[in-house]
Ligand binder design. Sequence first.
Ligand code: 5GP
Ligand code: ZN
Length: 114
Amino acid sequence: MMDCLFCKIIAGEIPSTKVYENDKVYAFRDINPEAPVHVLIVPKEHIASANELTAENAGVIADVFLAAKEIAAREGIAEGGYRIVNNCGADGGQTVGHLHFHMLGGRSLAWPPG
Ligand code: 5GP
Ligand code: ZN
């Protein structure tokens, strides 16, 4: 996808701090962290948002959550706990049009979010 920020990050055209990668998933530190651990977990396939998931591409959700489990262990937050968030669309607060999941941890998180 030509003009997608996260496709460019996955391709290495824009630098990022990688924390995990496999053939399906890329994960990197958020540039504006909201918690001591704030990692963005992104399917390598360009899917614009959760609204664009289909029976054919939804396997990436399992890939993302299996990656999250591994990242939580590596980051030392598996025991203490963490939150995985997907923002979808304008009201959901989505600002980058490539499906991604925020992993937040390393502190106690309030609920509900604003
Ligand atoms: P959204 O608001 O779409 O759910 O999340 C987008 C996230 O991407 C935000 O938390 C924002 O800080 C992060 N972000 C935006 N641009 C960049 C960038 O160039 N590099 C990194 N590492 N994160 C970014
Ligand atoms: Zn993309």
